[in-house]
Design a protein around this ligand. Structure first.
Ligand SMILES: [Zn+2]
Length: 439
């Protein structure tokens, strides 16, 4: 079936082109061009006419923990270890399959409303199997969001038992899951050894080997907090990036998350090894972690994308929001309004994520997945519209997001989810807390 999406503007080749149409076949963009030309060439295509709208690429949330949406608002404004004990560790034993599914519906449903069409979910509450993993995947499928399932490999003995696996179990389950979804355009599985503090050297090396075997990237938290630097210096005599290099895992497959506490030599090495970063500025601010040196990392050659992190450490989960936060945080930290641009942060939230995750996403061009967002160009937050690009990045509010399409399917229609009604999601969350209040 062919579809023709028609709007006042389409953002393609780094510019808003007027009176364009996007031709979609089986979830893939097959042509973009002037509306009158495509309309006469493809008269049988289903026409979806969006007047007063600008179509832009769907954004990519490169780091999230979906179940943490259930913990949003709990134990706020506390030191990290207090939050960990009173929110994360307290609720972890209550997270059964139903809760994991509900948390993922809440996270992914909310993100879709804000224009996220692909999410990388870093998931670690495996509970000794893959049933919980499948619950996250089911929620993504039921909603219609594209999912990179970053299956965590975790073996730190201090963590709740439901996070922990042996190296052999973690590798086998991750491999089996990855093979099961191979060739599925909506679900991709990547290995994700948790971090230098929560995964042993054997686990980190096993995660990297598995990524080589599956030919995928791998995800890992690195140097989010200062304590990790102290730990790797104490245990291995090396800072976190040098420690990972000593394990032989620092290469183009690595998608490091955070990278807050780095010295100059680590920044240089990350660039030399062609590593990538999933940067989560709001989370770093919310948790008072510190400020990642984004302009320096860009200069060294590190590829950078954006993530929201879990909803309980943000607490909004919009990639458009992260573009704005990234730019503002870097400018104020360096006292330099020119150190980063709207174009750079926009790219981080869209096409750069496609390069890093190795998927045809974040761009509107022939051959890319038909994942896009239609903005209401008459929304007050986008005015004046002669500066549409700058206003999309720095001023736009979620109310301007009218339609969201994933794989050619309209998932958000006039600001509402079409696949799972929002009141059902809220009702499921309420029921869960009713149940938990009696535990
Ligand atoms: Zn994280």
């Amino acid at each position: 079936m062919q579809q023709l999406f028609i709007a006042d503007y389409v953002y393609t080749q780094d510019a808003f082109e007027p009176k364009q149409a996007i031709l979609v076949q089986d979830g893939i963009i097959t042509e973009i061009g002037p509306e009158d030309r495509l309309s006469s060439r493809y008269p049988a295509a289903e026409r979806i006419l969006w007047s007063g709208k600008a179509i832009v690429p769907g954004t990519v949330n490169s780091h999230n923990h979906s179940f943490q949406s259930l913990l949003r608002g709990i134990a706020i404004d506390r030191p990290f270890l207090d939050w960990r004990d009173e929110a994360l560790y307290k609720y972890t034993p209550l997270l059964d399959e139903e809760a994991i599914y509900t948390g993922a519906l809440l996270a992914f449903g909310e993100m879709l409303r804000y224009g996220v069409t692909t999410v990388s979910d870093f998931f670690y509450v495996h509970n000794g199997g893959t049933e919980h993993d499948e619950a996250v995947i089911r929620a993504a499928n039921d909603l219609g969001i594209r999912l990179v399932f970053a299956r965590t490999l975790y073996d730190w003995s201090g963590a709740p038992v439901s996070y922990r696996e042996t190296v052999d179990d973690a590798v086998k389950r991750t491999r089996d899951l990855a093979i099961k979804y191979q060739g599925n355009r909506m679900v991709t599985v990547h290995p994700a050894p948790h971090s230098p503090h929560a995964a042993s050297p054997e686990m980190i090396k096993a995660g990297h080997r598995l990524a080589q075997e599956l030919d995928t990237p791998f995800h890992i938290h690195v140097a989010e907090e200062m304590f990790e630097v102290e730990e790797t210096l104490r245990d291995y005599g090396l800072r976190p990036v040098h420690y990972l290099d000593s394990l032989g895992v620092l290469d183009e497959r690595m998608i490091a998350i955070h990278l807050v506490w780095l010295d100059d030599s680590e920044i240089e090495l990350l660039g030399k090894r062609s590593c990538s970063l999933a940067y989560c500025p709001s989370s770093n601010m919310f948790l008072a972690d510190g400020v990642t040196r984004i302009p320096d990392l860009l200069k060294s050659g590190v590829k950078i994308t954006l993530g929201t992190d879990g909803a309980c450490s943000n607490n909004r989960i919009s990639v458009f929001e992260e573009m704005r936060m990234c730019s503002m945080l870097q400018k104020v930290t360096r006292l330099d309004g020119t150190c980063i641009t709207a174009g750079q942060v926009y790219e981080m939230g869209t096409k750069r994520a496609g390069d890093i995750l190795r998927m045809p996403i974040g761009v509107l061009e022939q051959g890319a997945y038909a994942d896009f967002v239609a903005l209401d160009i008459d929304d007050l937050s986008l005015a004046p519209k002669n500066e549409l690009f700058a206003n999309m990045v720095y001023a736009m509010q979620p109310g301007a997001i009218s339609y969201v399409v994933v794989g050619g399917k309209v998932i958000v229609d006039n600001g509402k989810l079409t696949t799972v009604p929002e009141r059902n999601i809220v009702h499921r969350v309420d029921s869960l807390f009713d149940k938990w209040s009696t535990v």
